[in-house]
Design a protein around this ligand. Sequence first.
Ligand code: FAD
Length: 434
Amino acid sequence: MAPPLTVAVIGAGVAGLATASALKVEGHRVIVYEKSNRLGGTWVYDPRVESDSLSLDPNREIVHSSLYQSLCTNLPRQLMGFLDYPFATRKYGDLRTFPGHEEVLGLLNEFASEFGLVELIRFETEVVRVERVDLRNDKWVVESRSGTNELGSEEVFDAVVVCNGHHTQPSVADFPGMEKWPGKQMHSHNYRVPEPFQDQIVVVIGDGPSAKDISQEISKVAKEVHLSSRSLNIKISKLEYGDNMWQHSEIDHVDENGEVAFQDGASVHADIILHCTGFKYDFPFLKTEGIVAVDDNRVGPLYKHLFPPELAPSLSFVGLPYYPAPVFLMMDLQAKWIAHVLSGKVSLPSKEEMLADVQEYYQTMAEKGIPKHHTHSLGHEFEYSDWLAAQVGLPRVDEQTRLMHKSYFKFISDNGFWRKKEWQPGYRLQQEEL
Ligand code: FAD
């Protein structure tokens, strides 16, 4: 087995904590850099919003978390939690099936305390540069800044694991007339509470969990809420939820007089356009001379969404895939795989084989007509997590979790995300019904 390594982990959210824990178990020496003063990443609610409500100004002060005050988990607690640290059995605090964000943060704090991770974290220390020491050398220099130390300090590591999250840099919709439209435009990243929407006519763009949650919440105070979604090419229809909510297709254009025209032919004179249009991957500190790049939200090339073949195994990324079958569990397995590879227990294929695998994945996506920006979408399938588990000698994801997952998503597809809180674990749980 290879000797223990020094490993820098960037970020102390779910991904960073899972990674630190897995590396520690394998005996590696770990430092977790965390730019804020708390662990938990996304799950640390921050009432502040950014100065630019669409978050387009490159000089704005960045607020990390995109949580809104009322946010409850969009997955039932049975599908959250780590492999060896389930959420479902937490017996105090907020016991709801879809608990509030404070409960998730509680879980993360407990997880970090129990596994001795807090002492590995350097709080209020932002990584500003990660670069190979030299091209023939696999070692990495990590430059960080903390407090008033403007000059920054440099440390050298055998490996770096990037866990900086991907729900901070908004992706904004683009439609004709947008720059001259006189109303207020904002991204869900800067949404916290419904009060500012009192008596307003609001257009909400998107059809993900945030669009649905937020539009439902603001409909209680707003005059009208108009949901606009790319995936819907239906004629204007009133939603079952709320007397003042309508559903439309994509925005066609907006006018200087405040009009928002939809492709379905309807139009409204709106006060606010709220972009619930997702986020972009961003690694401002990473200098790889183009070996790893973000192109149309594809981070690549990465073997299994994780190792850049050219720089593996000393550089890796945890948490890039979205819509995995359970998020925490997937990150936990990614972390374990990295830790096993770094300690020499598991070998990676050759650089050429990894590159070929990536190319084959891209090819398959292209043949299926899947756009590049969906590269890291796993479509709620277990295949990836099962594959990771096999790498580290663990059994595939257990039957209970699989059934629970299928039951929940079946409920959502039968009843709509709006009614998620009515889901019961037994919903159509018989195998043949799913
Ligand atoms: P993050 O939680 O974003 O953590 C990244 C950390 O890196 C942060 O602490 C940040 O401060 C730090 N960092 C970043 N850059 C630097 C740097 N340069 N130097 C030092 N530190 C740095 N998932 C679920 O499983 N269930 C849900 O119900 C759910 N709901 C969600 C709702 C919303 C609104 C959002 C945005 C996400 C939701 N998610 C949910 C997904 C959620 O993002 C993941 O659960 C998880 O929190 C991601 O963890 P992460 O560690 O990858 O990133």
